[in-house]
Design a protein around this ligand. Structure first.
Ligand SMILES: [Zn+2]
Length: 379
């Protein structure tokens, strides 16, 4: 009896250990709302995670409608990661509907949120005390006069109070914070902490992976600054919706678009006409498609203004393949496309060889004119 049952037990144990499925079952099952977060989780989680993104490559998370299958994916997750700041308003409803009770990472928690209130005149007074309006209207000038680094410091000081608003975002804070590589470092720290909460056995690995990934991010950020510094500060860049506000602040550029922070609403004929006026008055060299939005608006603008469409920028989603299929690759791609279309030969040489007298500082009068146009467009 004993030898026989012992051998059966040994056979059973041996079979169990040999099953690859036993390994797979130990992976942390992470569900993210959109593709950029999925890539970040894969970088921090490495071999210990299995990641599912509800909105896939080239998908538009602003207008996503979750399916019953998405609710089931969520119910089976060990960790859920979403952006927050009302980027994916459907996500909190989905979490409620799915009975998911595990750890939840709001990736943008703790970033310095950028205010945005394009038409909401009535809300201006409410937000004046926080410095939102001043930041919005004078952001470009600050860049031009003080340069990137000092602007960043202003931003941090001015936005400390924003932290109080987290958890009840009121819809006029820009959710696209991953477009600033330094804000995205906060995302990675939040994801690391969520993975440690979900799987503390591998905490050391998650810390090491996050550290390495943050170093890679800093290197790409530096590459991007080199590429984007060759674009004259007077250039205005036109994209499909207002997804590049953080990018503009971080890298000293100016973006305009016919649609607001979300792609949910179509642009009005009036807002397109106003943008055509702005394009004709400002230094606009080219228009850019976004990978996940309807491209017809930008195509229409190109027809009306005669400007070329100089490429596709990755705004709210990764590409399904190629360079822009990772977060770092997408950010580098955007900087390369902008550089190829808008860099002025010699601009960088001038910049590098003579800091006291470079183009950025000679153009102040022009910038003031541009700001007036901005105001007309915004209100
Ligand atoms: Zn967006």
């Amino acid at each position: 009896m004993m030898p026989s049952s012992l051998s059966r037990w040994l056979v059973g144990a041996g079979t169990l250990l040999a099953l690859p499925a036993a390994m797979a079952a130990e992976r942390v099952n992470v569900v993210t709302s959109f593709s950029i977060l999925a890539d970040m989780v894969e970088n921090v989680g490495g071999e210990h995670v299995e990641v599912t993104s509800l909105v896939g490559a080239d998908g538009d998370a602003h207008v996503f409608s979750p399916s019953p299958g998405d609710a089931r994916s969520l119910a089976q997750a060990d960790l859920v990661v979403f952006n927050g700041l009302l980027f994916e308003g459907w996500m909190e409803r989905l979490i409620d509907a799915s009975d998911y009770n595990g750890p939840l990472v709001t990736a943008a928690e703790g970033i310095n949120a950028r205010a945005f209130s394009p038409q909401a005149e009535d809300e201006h007074s409410e937000h004046d005390e926080h410095g939102h309006d001043e930041h919005d209207e004078h952001g470009h000038d600050e860049h031009d006069e003080h340069g990137h680094e000092e602007h960043d410091e202003h931003g941090h000081e001015g936005h400390d109070e924003h932290d109080d608003h987290e958890g009840h975002a009121h819809g006029n804070e820009d959710p696209h914070a991953w477009q600033d590589m330094q804000q995205a470092q906060v995302y990675v720290a939040n994801i690391r902490d969520g993975l440690i909460e979900a799987d503390s056995d591998n905490a050391d690995t998650y810390r090491a992976n996050a550290e390495r990934y943050l170093e890679e991010m800093a290197a790409v950020d530096s590459e991007m600054r080199d590429l984007l510094s060759e674009i004259p500060a007077s250039t205005t860049i036109i994209t499909g919706h207002d997804s590049f506000g953080y990018f503009a602040n971080a890298y000293g550029l100016r973006f305009l678009s016919p649609v607001g922070l979300s792609t949910e609403a179509d642009p009005s004929a009036a807002s397109i006409a106003a943008l055509v006026d702005v394009i004709e008055e400002q230094d606009v060299q080219a228009l850019f498609h976004e990978n996940m939005t309807n491209q017809s608006i930008i195509t229409q603008l190109a027809e009306e203004t005669g400007l070329p469409i100089a490429g596709t920028l990755y705004a709210d989603a990764l590409a399904s393949e190629g360079e822009a299929s990772t977060y770092l690759g997408m950010m580098r791609h955007n900087a390369e496309v902008l550089n190829a279309a808008l860099a002025q030969p010699g601009h960088d040489d001038h910049h590098a060889s003579d800091h006291d007298d470079h183009d950025d500082h000679d153009d102040h009068d022009d910038h003031d004119d541009h700001d007036d146009h901005d105001d007309q467009h915004d209100h």
